[in-house]
Write a protein that binds this ligand. Structure first.
Ligand code: FES
Ligand SMILES: [Fe+2]
Length: 455
């Protein structure tokens, strides 16, 4: 779906260039023919007219392609790890600034680094039937593939035979994956080896770890539990998405240099909303400049409340958010938006929007731990199909701008296990107690500062 739309933009650009070029050359030929019989001055003018015409045609077609993309194609914003939330000063590159922060930062007394729960590994539309992809989740390499039966499977990426990566050149055969090294085949359902092309017998114990997975709301998720306990709850299906009332309108992806818990804790940190997120989105994401006087006339106003849910949904919590905009201090009620952010386990949040005339939709906000202090955060938006795509695309961009302000905080902060809180911050402690249910005795902890990877 996404690639098709991206192609449309590229095709339009190519058509524009092609049309421009053909008009130009046709014009040039005629100009030469006529130049034989007419004055050089007339010929030059004719040539110029043709060139302007070609240029106008090319630019118009290009603009049309761009407009088409803006109005109808899903938004795709995939940010590089060093692109957001770092300050590069004194001529240093962003990558260097990011690496220095990662090396020098005090991490604090961290909770375990990988909570138990469901984590998104891929969006469904990124995995075709018969395709396999390598994904890193909770520090492990997994091979995510879609069998010829259309089902998505997740297996450990390393083949138990001699350790080749099944996702790097492996081939999907039915519901199995075939290793690219010696051709052993593993069943996606349970990881059992079902075929060794050159052996008489397949040993009973030949298998690769199979991860519990689920595909829901256009996403493929895996279940992680440090003790390999089977899933204790499920990620609910949104009828509006599965029945097609809400359609896919775009996605964003960020890599964040922080402990996973910092990200959902934001929902219970009510006080930061009316400080960090007050400046209008036009003020940008660099916190050194968001409070600039130029855009002061435009402000966001937030009212929020966070509560954990009770049994049988104690793995869920809910944030009720009322958003308003003021221009020169006057409230514009037309832009009021109500949001319900329901968190399901440690890694998935449903942000449901409701607006008086701009309709309804949801942003699925997913946090997947890649490394102990590296989180892949994706936002994917589904919106009422009868609302022009530009509306949800704008909502996603606005959300992304506000989110990137948090990223600048997360990328540079230290985790404080005993924070200095005031009464008004009480939801933060409540959130920490609620989140602690996702850790168990054997949950992996950060052993030592192994953060030496360069971007
Ligand atoms: S390493 Fe996979 S079949 Fe040999
Ligand atoms: Fe925030």
């Amino acid at each position: 779906m996404v690639s098709q739309n991206m192609c449309t933009g590229k095709t339009a650009a190519l058509i524009a260039l092609g049309a421009g070029a053909s008009l130009f050359f046709r014009g040039g030929k005629e100009q030469i023919d006529q130049a034989d019989i007419e004055s050089p001055i007339w010929g030059e003018r004719y040539f110029l007219n043709r060139a302007v015409l070609c240029l106008t045609a090319g630019v118009s077609l290009f603009a049309l392609g761009w407009l088409y993309k803006l109005l109808f194609c899903p938004l795709e914003l995939l940010k590089a790890p060093d692109e957001v939330g770092y300050i590069a000063e004194d001529g240093r590159s962003r990558a260097r600034a990011a690496n220095e922060v990662r090396r020098r930062r005090k991490v604090g007394d961290l909770p375990p680094v990988y909570p138990n729960g469901w984590f998104r590994v891929l969006d469904s539309h990124l995995l075709e039937r018969g395709e396999v992809k390598n994904v890193t989740v909770v520090g492990e390499q997994v091979a995510v593939f879609r069998g010829q039966d259309g089902k998505a499977y997740v297996l450990d990426a390393y083949c138990p035979h001699l350790g080749a990566n099944l996702a790097m050149g492996g081939r999907v055969v039915g519901s199995c994956i075939e290793c690219p090294f010696h051709g052993w085949q593993f069943d996606g359902n349970n990881g059992k080896c079902v075929k060794i092309p050159y052996a008489e017998k397949v040993p009973e114990f030949a298998e690769v770890r199979s991860w519990p997975s689920s595909e829901v709301n256009g996403q493929i998720l895996v279940w992680f539990h440090c003790d390999r306990v089977e899933p204790q709850w499920t990620v609910p299906e949104l009828q509006e998405i599965t029945q097609g009332d809400w359609v896919y309108r775009g996605r964003t992806e960020h890599l964040i240099n922080a402990h996973i818990q910092e990200i959902p804790e934001n929902a219970a940190d009510i006080a930061h909303l009316n400080f960090l997120h007050t400046p209008g989105i036009v003020s940008g994401v660099d916190l050194r400049y968001t409070k600039s006087k130029t855009w002061e006339f435009l402000q966001h106003d937030w009212k929020a409340q966070w509560e954990p849910e009770s049994e049988p949904n104690k793995h869920c919590s809910k944030m009720l958010l009322k958003h308003a905009i003021t221009v020169f201090g006057r409230h514009c009620s037309l832009l009021d938006v109500n949001v319900v952010a329901r968190q399901v386990g440690p890694g998935v949040v449903f942000l449901q929007f409701e607006h008086n005339f701009l309709g309804r939709g949801v942003i699925l906000h997913c946090v997947t731990p890649v490394e102990p202090l590296l989180q892949c955060v994706s936002h994917i938006i589904f919106y009422q199909s009868n609302i022009p795509a530009i509306v949800p695309k704008f909502i996603l961009r606005a959300e992304c701008t506000q989110f990137e302000r948090d990223v600048m905080i997360w990328n540079n902060k230290k985790y404080i296990s005993k924070p200095l809180l005031v009464k008004e911050d009480s939801a933060i402690q409540k959130h920490r107690r609620w989140y602690s249910q996702f850790y168990s005795k054997n949950s992996p902890r950060l052993q030592h500062q192994r953060d030496t990877l360069d971007f």
